[in-house]
Design a binder for this molecule. Structure first.
Ligand SMILES: Cc1ncc(COP(=O)(O)O)c(C=O)c1O
Length: 457
């Protein structure tokens, strides 16, 4: 009997312990989420990819091509080999696209403050914390960023998020077009040359009864202030990096301020347009996240733009919003300090511009746009130019197509005709990798030396 009682007690104890274990695991997985330490594997995986040696001319990502079970290096242009250490001979310098990868070293240095770990169940719903699919925290941080940079009046403005500012271009054209296109003529969409070509390409492509692209120079539209115009004003401008104002003086202006940040220009005063467009791609360099926003004064315009985004994509990817929130927090934490992103961006771009402009001015072959030092309210001093793009002119009579001439000499640029300008001009992107910039300098130096030695005979 005694033994039986003891056995019973043991069975009871074992079942109690089992129950306790089971309720603990149910508690961990249902009440407080998964077991602590669940993120270790993801973090180790991310660190392993970042540690793959790609010399200083490439990097491996978690989603890079996998060979033999490990991600492989993605090399900078003209660099090849498993670790990107070989410079490919006779490779052309490529300064065509406006890919803002010059900020990559900044984020590699700020790896800890900018990394964000996305759990498998992170915000699976369509819902966000705010109306119209926007994250309230991200909205707050955007307003803080504008206040810290002093580049735009963001208080008392509505915000619309877009999948890149690219999505917002047509959303804003729609929002500013007539409500009832059947009873009023279509809005005439205009930008003065040279201008970013996507405004025209989208307006023509989305081809609506509400609006149409208007060819011509500002002087062709003497009575534009009375007409039904939507004018794009890009300031600083892409391609020539000049600060611009409206030339038509009409009531509907979309100010594209993608480059109105202290890396690229002095900030003389906060921008205060009724409709202003911004792109995270050019601020933090995360073009891949496809995130942009518009600040809008008028409620009706805001509602029309919001409806467009709702029907077009049901808002911006929530994963992107999470990543950009983290990046904005990291930028704000370092603002105005030695480690600031604007400080890094300005120093890099100023140095590139100094080197390029001094090389160009050493010959009569080319000229660049004229930019002068200007007082900047962010840096609280007069600062040197640091544009995103060089707008290069071929000065020799025989080089009528500047882009073709440079291409034949191993420099890939974006020709003036694309920006509705003269083909004597071409755009050099200065915001790509340091390797791209160094190759550009090498090729331009060789070209200038060759041409000057020809003419001196
Ligand atoms: C003037 C201008 N606006 C808008 C964009 C689009 O930027 P994103 O769609 O990456 O925000 C660009 C990109 O180069 C640009 O130069």
């Amino acid at each position: 009997m005694k033994m039986e009682g003891k056995g019973l007690k043991l069975v009871l104890l074992a079942s109690l312990l089992l129950n306790l274990y089971q309720s603990c695991s149910v508690f961990w997985t249902t009440n407080t989420g998964p077991r602590p330490g669940w993120s270790r594997e993801a973090s180790a995986e991310a660190e392993a990819a970042a540690a793959i040696p790609c010399s200083a001319h490439g990097r491996a990502f978690l989603d890079s091509l996998v060979v033999d079970g490990a991600p492989t290096c993605e090399c900078n242009t003209c660099y090849v080999g498993a670790d990107c250490s070989e410079l490919s001979p006779d490779c052309s310098a490529d300064v065509d696209s406006g890919d803002p990868v010059f900020l990559e070293p900044y984020w590699q240095k700020h790896a800890a403050s900018s990394a964000v770990l996305v759990s498998g169940w992170h915000r699976m719903t369509y819902k966000t914390t705010g109306d119209n699919f926007i994250s309230v925290e991200l909205e707050k941080h955007i307003r803080r960023l504008h206040a810290a940079a002093g580049n735009a009046v963001a208080d008392d403005r509505f915000i619309v998020f877009g999948t890149g500012s690219t999505q917002l271009i047509n959303a804003l054209v729609h929002a500013l077009s007539p409500d009832s296109p059947s009873s009023s003529p279509p809005a005439r969409v205009f930008a003065s040359a040279p201008f970013y070509p996507v405004y025209e390409l989208q307006t023509d492509f989305f081809d609506s009864r509400e609006y149409e692209w208007e060819e011509g120079a500002a002087s062709d539209f003497a009575n534009a202030s009375n007409g039904n115009f939507i004018e794009f004003v890009t300031s600083p401008n892409n391609p020539d990096s000049l600060l611009r104002r409206s030339v038509l003086g009409g009531s509907s202006v979309i100010y594209d301020h993608c480059y109105y940040w202290p890396h690229y220009t002095a900030i003389p005063a906060p921008a205060d347009g009724d409709v202003m467009l911004f792109s995270n791609s050019k601020i933090s360099g995360h073009a891949s996240s496809r995130f942009g926003w518009a600040l809008i004064k008028d409620k009706r315009v805001y509602e029309r733009a919001t409806k467009y985004i709702q029907l077009n994509s049901m808002g911006v990817s929530r994963d992107s919003q999470l990543r950009i929130l983290k990046v904005m927090k990291a930028m704000l934490a370092e603002m105005k300090g030695e480690e600031g992103v604007f400080e890094f961006g300005y120093a890099t771009m100023r140095e590139r511009w100094r080197r390029l402009s001094s090389l160009v001015s050493s010959s009569n072959l080319f000229s660049l746009q004229q930019l002068s030092p200007q007082y900047c309210t962010y840096f609280r001093k007069i600062r040197d130019p640091s544009p995103a793009y060089g707008w290069l002119k071929c000065e020799m009579e025989q080089h009528r197509d500047c882009e073709a001439f440079l291409r034949s000499e191993g420099v890939i640029t974006r020709g003036g005709a694309i920006f509705h300008s003269d083909s004597r001009y071409t755009r050099l992107s200065l915001i790509k990798t340091q390797d791209d910039f160094e190759l550009l300098m090498l090729k331009m130096e060789a070209l200038i030396n060759k041409e000057t030695s020809h003419t001196s005979f």
